[in-house]
Design a protein around this ligand. Structure first.
Ligand code: HEC
Length: 173
């Protein structure tokens, strides 16, 4: 049976070369679609979101999530209003400047939602969902210095609710 596998693969490859011709030319006139597949294989299909949708998501963000992020994320992903005392020591200062540059390249939360950085609104919500699930943020080295910066269960619930709600609105439109 296992001998058949290369043959099956060969047929499949040939088949897709003949029939799977990219389709790019056909799609040119249609609005650009953004297709995201999450970890469960769930496909989130969306075109660029309207301003109305963005405003709705941002309003929910400002009401519920921003205060959490201000406390625990914005010192790297936004404007650091009150840097800790050790920020002023050469060494820690360079390390923190580097972290802030890197963090903002990925996700700049300075001006609320949609976040700046390299991701689209859909990308950013997915990335947030993932980091929160994996408990990746804030980074461990930061938590050691700021032992109260870990997200609490209640905060995680609020953030996840906002993410889910926003993803729903983005798909509905
Ligand atoms: C000490 C600085 C620091 C803090 C505080 C911090 N982050 Fe980050 N974050 C980074 C850095 C640096 C990166 C980019 C490198 C990486 O992924 O580790 C990053 C990346 C991310 C990403 C990935 C973005 C992408 O495009 O894949 C997300 C999402 C994120 N952070 C969310 C958060 C959230 C939510 C918080 C608060 C609960 C937070 N971060 C707190 C430094 C920080």
């Amino acid at each position: 049976m296992s001998n058949l596998l290369p043959i099956v693969l060969l047929i499949f490859v040939n088949f897709s070369q003949v029939y799977g011709h990219g389709g790019e030319d056909h799609e040119k006139s249609k609005p650009k679609k953004e297709i995201q597949i999450d970890d469960d294989g769930f496909e989130i299909v969306s075109t660029a979101p309207s301003q109305e949708v963005i405003d709705k998501i941002n309003k929910n963000y400002q009401t519920n999530v921003k205060k959490i992020f201000s406390n625990k994320c914005l010192s790297c992903h936004g404007v650091n209003d009150s840097p800790p005392w050790y920020y002023h020591i050469p060494g820690p200062k360079q390390l923190m400047d580097y972290d802030m540059r890197e963090a903002k390249k990925h996700m700049d939360m300075s001006n609320d939602f949609p976040f700046g950085g390299h991701g689209s609104p859909v990308d950013d919500l997915n990335a947030l969902s993932k980091t929160i699930q994996k408990d990746d943020m804030p980074p461990m080295k930061y938590r050691i210095m700021h032992w109260d910066s870990k997200l609490t269960d209640r905060e995680i619930k609020v953030i996840n609710k906002w993410i889910k709600e926003s993803q729903k609105i983005l798909i509905q439109k």
